[in-house]
Design a protein around this ligand. Structure first.
Ligand code: ZN
Length: 433
């Protein structure tokens, strides 16, 4: 999947299609956000390989979407790409110039514009660096860098555009939103931009006001030949009601159903990670090795392990913390599915897997083992944090992590899920034995 994934770089996206994620429609954005768009609007509409692409020009800035800005050079390249007489090769050259990646994967940044509120941005950058070859370095005198500034909305250029490029951030205390914008700056577009999105999703223009339709631009597949599975859970994917003004979804799955949006959590999905690793070379993050057996210790006490209570192998057996007894009910076999999510099966109960009880999503929901039916409540996104520890987050509720309630390490404490945090109560070490 790593080789084919593609939310890809504007390079591909612009060649193909784009969408935008705007935060103004997100719950986190209570006061409305979106770049300052005072001044006369002008709308440019192109057709590229049969797809309508709308660009808004506002105060001399070009918006591919509410949170993606294009430089005049990028705008002109895009416009040139709508020329039907171009050959595929010519078009490919344009695309290659449209979105540039950071040289050697090194991104320089300046956080001065955030004042004292830099901790979340630093965390967002660390989250990306841990799972990719991308390195973030505080700027000294480098010419090309991301200049973080507090804004009335969240927006970014796509790729490295040369010189100081502002990344405007309103939700500066949301690492997930910061990662989304930083992904744009790295050259990643919205998941909905993919040329193949209509094979996975339905867009409903009738539920979106005309002035917001550009957020659902889709480009062509001119130079996009290898596309992995569409990822509704990506941090670059709109939520189903984004920009809707009718109360009906603006985008759904092909069967008309909505989907759970993981945005704006601070967990990159496996495909987000694969995308950034595909775009930048030098180090290929492969994640926690699968097909391996582990004991899983809490960071609160390395001798307290995830344990199937009583060594039971029955459906519904509870998951507790317990002192290491070297028994099979503290040993877990990890497997990884094609989408990059893990399943954990205790050695005392083959065929059973770690499961969020009732597939519930509320804080405090407990964990159990249950016969594997491959539900999202039985799949986990295991993400590295500091110190060799990992968070693990159930796929059915990506904004929560497996958690030791109250940081209570007493034997028989029942594990649960809780909104993501940075404490040791959500960090675990996977030890081979
Ligand atoms: Zn975006």
């Amino acid at each position: 999947m790593k080789t084919t994934k593609m939310k890809i770089g504007l390079a591909l996206c612009l060649a193909t299609g784009i969408m935008l994620t705007v935060f103004s429609c997100k719950k986190v954005n209570e006061t409305s956000a979106g770049p300052d768009k005072s001044g006369p609007d002008q709308t440019h509409t192109f057709t590229i390989d049969g797809n309508k692409v709308i660009i808004k020009e506002i105060n001399g800035l070009y918006y591919f979407a509410d949170d993606i800005t294009l430089t005049p050079q990028q705008f002109n390249l895009l416009k040139a790409n709508s020329n039907k007489s171009l050959s595929t090769t010519e078009r490919g050259l344009i695309i290659n110039n449209l979105v540039k990646r950071w040289t050697n994967g090194i991104v320089y940044y300046d956080l001065t514009g955030l004042g004292a509120d830099t901790s979340w941005t630093l965390k967002a950058m660390q989250n990306i660096s841990r799972v990719s070859p991308v390195i973030f370095v505080k700027r000294t005198s480098q010419a090309n860098y991301i200049n973080f500034v507090k804004g009335t909305g969240n927006s970014s250029s796509v790729g490295m555009v040369g010189g100081a490029q502002n990344l405007n951030i309103y939700n500066y205390n949301y690492p997930g939103i910061l990662m989304h914008e930083i992904f744009h700056a790295l050259g990643v577009n919205h998941e909905q931009c993919r040329p193949d999105r209509d094979s996975y999703a339905i867009f409903y223009p009738e539920n979106v006001p005309d002035e917001k339709e550009f957020n659902f631009n889709k480009l062509s597949a001119t130079s996009n030949t290898t596309v992995g599975p569409f990822d509704f859970e990506s941090i670059m994917m709109y939520e189903p009601y984004a920009f809707s003004n009718t109360g009906q979804p603006s985008i759904t799955k092909l069967d008309g159903s909505t989907y759970q949006s993981s945005y704006p959590t601070s967990n990159l999905t496996p495909s987000d990670i694969a995308t950034i690793n595909q775009m930048y070379s030098g180090f290929n993050y492969v994640g926690l090795p699968a097909n391996t057996n582990y004991e899983i210790a809490t960071a609160l006490d390395n001798n307290k392990l995830l344990n199937v209570s009583g060594g039971s192998s029955s459906d519904g057996a509870q998951i507790i913390l317990y002192t290491d007894g070297n028994s099979n009910n503290v040993r877990w076999s990890l497997t990884k599915n094609a989408e990059g999510y893990y399943q954990l099966s205790p050695l005392n109960a083959p065929g059973k897997v770690l499961t969020v009880v009732g597939a519930a999503t509320a804080n405090g929901t407990k964990l159990e083992i249950r016969t594997n039916s491959n539900t999202t409540a039985q799949q986990f996104n295991i993400i590295p944090v500091d110190g060799g520890y990992y968070n693990f987050s159930p796929r059915n509720v990506p904004s929560k992590n497996v958690d030791v309630p109250g940081s209570n390490t007493a034997n028989s404490t029942l594990l649960n899920i809780w909104s993501e945090g940075s404490g040791n109560n959500q960090k675990f070490k996977f030890n081979t034995f």
